[in-house]
Each structure stands twice: as C-alpha cells, then as structure tokens.
Design a protein around this ligand. Structure first.
Ligand SMILES: [Zn+2]
Length: 312
C-alpha cells in the first residue's frame, strides 16, 4: 500500500483544538482577550480576506470589531505559532464590510476557489475548512431536533443545548467513501454532469447508517457501475467542508469488468489504462481528458494507481 502524500487539501497542519478546555469559560474568555488571538470572519458561509497584501483571513480583535458583532463564535484551536483562532459568523453583508477597515479592502471569497487556487497557506486553508463546517452547522441547527425549541451554543461553540428537553447536539461529520476500483492495469473512473468538461474521477458516495466503509464501497460501485468488487483497503482521508463531509479514500479490486452505468448518477463511467490516467494527471491526454487537481484526495488515489500496484 503506498504512503499517502502530505499535500491533500484541508489536511495540513491541523490546529491544537484544546478540546479539554472548551468548557472552561474563563480560559476561553482569556484567549478571546489575548492580543495575539486572530479571528476568521465569515458572511453567509463565505470567508473574508484583507486584500491590501494578498489574501489575509486573519483579523485581530480591533479589526473584527470594526466589521460587526458576531452572530456565532467558535474556538477553533491554537496554531503552530501558539495563537488562538476563533471563527466568527457576522450578521453583516459582504458589501457592508468591504470598506470597513482603513486602507485595507475586505473581500468575501468562497472557500472552494480559495483552496483550489492555493490563495492561502495550507495550514490556513485547513483552519478555514474547520471554521466553515462549524459555522454552517450552527447556521442550520438552531432548533432542537428532539423537541423543536431554539437551542443555544455551549462548549466554546462545539455543541448546542436545548433549554427545554436538555438534549445536547454535536457538530456532524458525514462520511463519504471515494474509491478507486482497479482491474489489474486498468481503473474505473466516472464523470458527473456537473464536472468540468472532460474530467473523470473516482466513484464516491455517502456511507449509510448501519454500513461499514467496505460495505458502502461495495454498494456504491454496484449501484453506479454495475460491478462487484472486493479487497477494500484504506488509503487516506480528507475533510471536505462543503458542508461537512469526510472523504474516506479507498482502493478496491474489481471482480468483473462489464459495466452497467447508472445514468441518473453518472454521465459516463469506463475503464482507463495506467498510461491514460498518467496523461490525465499530467494534462497531456490526447483527447483532452483530465483528472482532479492535487488539492483533492481523488488526485492522490489516481496517482498512487499510476505509480504502482495498489491491491493484491
Ligand atoms: Zn429539545
């Protein structure tokens, strides 16, 4: 089994989350007041950046206050420099904050293109991903799933509690298996309608309740491509904060090769040779077909396949 690379997006230099300190209100307040602390600010799930020099998402307390009071705050953790980072959701609009700071324009830019284009350092991309998932969860879980009463946040933003029925609600993570199915020298790739023209990727799907990752792989490959597979092996995982997926990268070995593609799920699926996948990764495919960029775990699954045997 190849070693996972260290360049998968949203996985690099994770913060020290200090999870054991989340209920220590004095400690959390002291971090909030620490001049070294920085704030990642979001408007409608979109991060804000200071644009005077590049794309800087780190606002100090004074700058954050100029942009408006937070509707939601989450302690993300401490970075490699020892600074605490908080995520704040603002009630403001992107237009209203654009000129809030003297001589430093503020711009709201969706996280996906920011991450894909490498506009921030990888460690900051990981923190922004954590922040986006957390703030989106708060935005969509303001009411108790048990009794319907509005909930309040607790634990430095890491849970919501219901004052009526005492239920506690925790942020969700949705596991998605993404699998490269190989048949010796060929691998199975598909394309969804919303992919860029000519791009193919590994098949993927949500894990359902009661399933193991292996069973989810078997089911998804059978549903989408009509083939049975075996020998599922784990490769690496990737948080994918749109809104809260965890991509579980796997390899599997095909037991049969005749495809029956589910055209509701996929626009196309077919077998690709090692040479063809190598050309797609390099951008030199004769028909202009392409593969996901290095930011996505699918790229690394394909690269591992190109570089050597991945099953058996
Ligand atoms: Zn309740």
């Amino acid at each position: 089994m190849p070693t996972p690379p260290h360049a998968i997006g949203f996985t690099l230099d994770p913060l020290d989350r200090m999870s054991e300190k989340r209920d220590d209100e004095q400690f959390v307040a002291s971090l909030r007041d620490d001049p070294a602390t920085r704030f990642l600010l979001f408007v409608n799930n979109v991060p804000l950046f200071k644009r005077a020099a590049g794309h800087d998402p780190l606002f100090d307390a004074r700058e954050a206050a100029l942009l408006g009071a937070p509707r939601q705050s989450v302690l993300l953790g401490r970075d490699a420099d020892g600074r605490a980072l908080f995520a704040h959701a603002l009630d403001a609009s992107a237009d209203s904050v654009a000129d809030a700071l003297p001589s430093n324009p503020v711009e709201a830019i969706e996280l996906r293109p920011v991450a894909m284009q490498g506009l921030v350092a990888p460690a900051l991309g990981s923190a922004l991903g954590e922040a986006r998932s957390m703030l989106d969860w708060h935005r969509r879980h303001g009411f108790c799933a048990n009794c319907g009463t509005p909930t309040t946040d607790a634990g430095a933003g890491w849970r919501r509690v219901c004052g009526k029925c005492d239920a506690q609600h925790f942020p969700r993570v949705d596991p998605v298996v993404i699998m490269l199915v190989a048949d010796g020298e060929r691998c199975l790739l598909g394309r969804q309608k919303q992919f860029l023209p000519g791009m193919y990727s590994a098949l993927a799907g949500f894990v359902e309740p009661g399933e193991t990752f292996e069973h989810a792989v078997y089911r998804e490959v059978l549903e989408e491509a009509g083939i049975r597979c075996t020998e599922v092996t784990y490769y690496a995982s990737q948080p994918w904060p749109f809104p809260s997926s965890l991509m579980i990268g796997c390899f599997a070995r095909a037991l049969e090769t005749e495809l029956t593609v589910d055209m509701n799920e996929l626009e196309d699926a077919r077998w690709f040779s090692r040479e063809e996948v190598a050309a797609m990764l390099d951008g030199t495919h004769a028909q202009g077909l392409s593969a996901p960029k290095p930011f996505a775990i699918a790229h690394h699954l394909l690269k591992a396949f190109v570089d050597g045997p991945v099953t058996g």
